[in-house]
Design a protein around this ligand. Structure first.
Ligand code: PLP
Length: 392
C-alpha cells in the first residue's frame, strides 16, 4: 500500500505509514490489530470521536435519502444548521457554507473587501493579520497567513492587500485609511498554540468597532466547543463581524462556514457547488447536538480539567518541557528545543499515542472532545513512557 501511495499520490505530506482500519472514540486500530490513543482527532476534526453512533446512523439515513441537490434549492439541514450556529453562539448572524477552513476564510475576505467597496467614499481593502497566524493554503489565505516562510516565491505573485502585525499591540500601528478588517485566531493553532489575552482582544474589538473596521475571527480550529464554549469568541465575550468555522463542525465530513452579522453578499456574489449539502450539514447538526448535550451534562468541563491536570504533571516532573499552553482541548507542551519536539513526535508513534507538532517547539494535543477518562489515562501513560525513554 505504501508503494501505491508513493507512486500515485503527490508527495505534499510527510506521511506516517500506519494503515488504520477502525476507530472508536479516541482509539484507533491498525491492520495488525494494534491500538493507538488518538490525541489528534485528525487535526481537530473528529470532535465527537471516531465511529460515533449518532453521527453514523444519521449519515446513513441521509445518504439513503439525498446527499446532494445543489444550492439552487433550499436544503433543510443547511437552514437548521445555520439556525443552530446562531442559537448556540448567541450571535444574530447568517451562514454561508463552504467545504474547508481556507475556503471559509476566502469568503470572509471577500465579504470584507465588498464591505470596503460599498461603505464610504474610498475603497478600503487592506486586511491586517498577525505574523504567527495560519489561515489556509489557497493563494489568498496563504498570503493572509502571516508566517513569512509560507510566502514562498514559487507560488507568487500573491494577491495584494495583506498587512502583518507583530502582535495585538502592533495592529493599532498598522491601521490606515485603507484598512477594512483585522483577521486573527484567538488561539493560534498551527503557529504553536498561543492564546491571546482576553482584555487585549476585547479592547481591540471595541477600537475596531469605533473605527468601523471589521473584526474577523478565524475559528476554524478553536470553534465548536474546542476551548470549552461553543465558540472561542463566546469565551472571550466578543461579537465579531465575521467568524469562520470548519474542522470540528463536521466531525470528519468536510465542511466550512462563514458566520456573519453583515448583510453584504447578494445573490451571485459567492457560491460553492458542494458547500452546505445534505451530507455535511446533517453531520454539522449532529455534531452540534451531541456536543451541546455533552457540555450541558458537565462532562466536557470534567474532561478538560482531567486533561489539564495530566499535562501539568509533565511540565512539573520532566525537564524536557518548559511550559503547558492552550485552553480546553487545544493544548501544547512546549519542549526545550525543536530536536526534543521531533524526537517525541517520532517516539510517540512507536508507543502508539498520536500527537501533533506545532510551531517551533510544541507538541500539540487536539483529542476528540468526547475522549473518555480511561483513554486520557492510557494515552498519557504511553506518553510518559515516551518522555522517560527520551530523558534517559
Ligand atoms: N485556519 C486555521 C486557524 C486553521 O488551523 C486551518 C487549518 O489548520 C485553516 C484555517 C485551514 O483549514 P483547511 O485546512 O480546512 O483549509
Amino acid at each position: 500500500m505504501k508503494q501505491i501511495d508513493q507512486k500515485y499520490v503527490l508527495p505534499t505530506y510527510a506521511r506516517n505509514y500506519i494503515n488504520f482500519i477502525k476507530g472508536k472514540n479516541a482509539t484507533l486500530w491498525d491492520e495488525e490489530g494494534k491500538d493507538y490513543i488518538d490525541f489528534t482527532s485528525g487535526i481537530g476534526v473528529v470532535s465527537i470521536g471516531h465511529a460515533n453512533e449518532k453521527l453514523s446512523s444519521a449519515l446513513c439515513e441521509q445518504i439513503n435519502n439525498i446527499i446532494h441537490i445543489s444550492n439552487l434549492y433550499y436544503i433543510q439541514p443547511q437552514a437548521l444548521l445555520a439556525k443552530k450556529i446562531a442559537n448556540l453562539s448567541g450571535i444574530e448572524g447568517k451562514c454561508f457554507f463552504a467545504n474547508s477552513g481556507a475556503e471559509a476564510n476566502e469568503g470572509a475576505i471577500k465579504i470584507a473587501r465588498k464591505y470596503g467597496e460599498v461603505d464610504g467614499e474610498i475603497k478600503r481593502y487592506k486586511v491586517i493579520t498577525l505574523k504567527n497566524s495560519f489561515h489556509g493554503r489557497t493563494i489568498s489565505t496563504l498570503k493572509a497567513t502571516g508566517q513569512e516562510k509560507m510566502h514562498t516565491s514559487y507560488f507568487g505573485p500573491y494577491p495584494d492587500g495583506f498587512v502583518y502585525a507583530d502582535d495585538i499591540e502592533d495592529i493599532y500601528n498598522k491601521i490606515d485609511s485603507k484598512t477594512v478588517a483585522v483577521m486573527m485566531e484567538l488561539i493560534q493553532g498551527e503557529g504553536g498554540v498561543y492564546p491571546f489575552d482576553k482584555d487585549e482582544v476585547q479592547k481591540l474589538a471595541k477600537t475596531l468597532k469605533e473605527k468601523n473596521i471589521l473584526f474577523i475571527i478565524d475559528e476554524v480550529q478553536t470553534g465548536i466547543y474546542r476551548t470549552g464554549e461553543f465558540l472561542a469568541s463566546n469565551l472571550y465575550e466578543i461579537k465579531p463581524d465575521i467568524i469562520t468555522l470548519a474542522k470540528g463542525l463536521g466531525g470528519g465530513v468536510p465542511i466550512g462556514a462563514i458566520f456573519t452579522t453583515l448583510d453584504v453578499l447578494k445573490a451571485g456574489d459567492h457560491g460553492s457547488t458542494f458547500g452546505g449539502n445534505y451530507l455535511s450539514t446533517k453531520a454539522g447538526l449532529v455534531v452540534c447536538d451531541v456536543l451541546e448535550e455533552y457540555k450541558n451534562s458537565g462532562l466536557l468541563d470534567e474532561n478538560f480539567i482531567y486533561f489539564e491536570e495530566r499535562l501539568k504533571e509533565f511540565k512539573k516532573y520532566h525537564k524536557l518541557f518548559e511550559d503547558v499552553a492552550g485552553l480546553g482541548m487545544m493544548r501544547a507542551l512546549r519542549c526545550r528545543g525543536s530536536e526534543i519536539q521531533d524526537l517525541i513526535y517520532k517516539e510517540a508513534h512507536n508507543e502508539r499515542v498520536l500527537v501533533l507538532k506545532a510551531g517551533r517547539n510544541s507538541i500539540r494535543f487536539l483529542p476528540p472532545l468526547t475522549i473518555t477518562k480511561e483513554e486520557i489515562k492510557e494515552g498519557f501513560d504511553r506518553f510518559e513512557r515516551v518522555v522517560k525513554r527520551i530523558s534517559e
